[in-house]
Design a protein around this ligand. Structure first.
Ligand code: ATP
Length: 301
């Protein structure tokens, strides 16, 4: 086993609409699509498509969406031993997309809100076999903190992607993690510092280094990523591509970074690979549908 992803799964319910209904009105929408998502699941799928052995610790509900998610994990070669059924709805995201591609999104966390420290403890034996633990913030914060503690006890490095951002995230309880991977707006909210320039971004990372985090990797959209560590900081540029849909780019970056880092332990090379993989994903529509396999091809559906 290479990577344990302890995080969320969601099913995206995408309605393509002419316009939003007003109160009390019913309108017909021309098209509907379903897709698998959730930050945890996206990162697990990206790493697994690139050849990592991934175990996912997550909770699904007691509905058809749970079956969809389980099938998706299996199709992508992800270990589902610790995908737990919950007496609740699955995590779902009804999304409305208008003809100008503007999104309105509702997130119902459902079963994801029930992933507990005890669930993580129950998976301890399998987590102990991994080289990296990957976490995001779509599950309860107590579970995130408990997992970080478990990582310390087991001596397994932890990568935390603080998304969606939780302003109440307690930096003292995440100190000692190996990798902290925010985007610019998450960095701004967590540190309370401006991120208008790259210099600002660098100064904000200093706060996190001071809080005892070993490596801060800030994703910067088309500009690539900044890596800050005890000995300095550097920008690693992303390739120039024609972007059509950047949804899920952050998750693609993290999944690829995780796979490369567990394989080679070289942070710069892993960031370069993450940039390449995420930049490739933004040239296609969708989230997981835009994640390629290791040979650059897309999985047959
Ligand atoms: P999202 O929330 O949409 O998943 P994010 O805000 O978490 O994204 P970004 O910083 O926007 O993450 O992008 C993550 C990575 O994706 C970048 O570090 C870069 O490697 C790649 N990327 C994103 N947008 C582009 C682009 N237009 N061109 C090239 N690479 C891109």
């Amino acid at each position: 086993m290479d990577i344990a992803v302890i995080g969320s799964n969601m099913v995206d319910l995408i309605s393509y609409i002419h316009r939003m209904p007003s109160e009390g009105e019913t309108v017909e929408a021309p098209e509907f699509r379903m897709g698998c998502g959730g930050k945890g699941a996206n990162q697990a799928v990206a790493a697994s498509r690139l050849g990592a052995e991934v175990v996912m610790i997550t909770r699904v509900g007691n509905d058809v969406f749970a079956d969809t998610t389980l099938e998706n994990f299996r199709k992508n070669g992800i270990d589902t031993t610790h995908v737990l059924r919950t007496d609740a709805s699955s995590g779902v995201a009804p999304i409305f997309v208008d003809p100008e591609s503007r999104n309105s999104i509702l997130i119902i966390k459902g079963a994801n809100a029930y992933l507990s420290p005890a669930d993580v403890e129950d998976a301890r034996e399998d987590i102990a076999k991994c080289k990296l633990i990957v976490l995001q913030l779509e599950i309860p914060l107590d579970t995130v903190y408990a997992t970080i503690e478990l990582g310390k006890v087991l001596g397994i490095p932890v990568l935390l992607n603080p998304a969606p951002v939780a302003p109440e995230l307690d930096l003292e309880r995440i100190c000692g993690i190996e990798f902290f991977m925010p985007n610019e707006s998450e960095l701004e909210l967590i540190t309370g510092m401006p991120v208008d320039t790259l210099d600002d971004v660098g100064k904000a990372t200093d706060v996190l280094l001071g809080a005892g985090i070993t490596n801060i990797i800030v994703t910067l959209g088309s500009r690539g990523a900044m890596w800050a560590h005890a000995y300095g900081r550097e920008i690693i540029k992303a390739p120039v591509v024609r972007a059509v849909d950047t949804t899920g780019a952050g998750d693609a970056f993290i999944g690829c970074f995780a796979k490369e880092w567990v394989d080679h332990g070289d942070v710069t090379a892993a960031i370069r690979a993450g940039n390449r993989y995420a930049a490739d994903s933004v040239t296609r529509h969708g989230t997981q549908t835009s994640y390629a396999l290791a040979d650059g091809s897309l999985p047959a559906d």
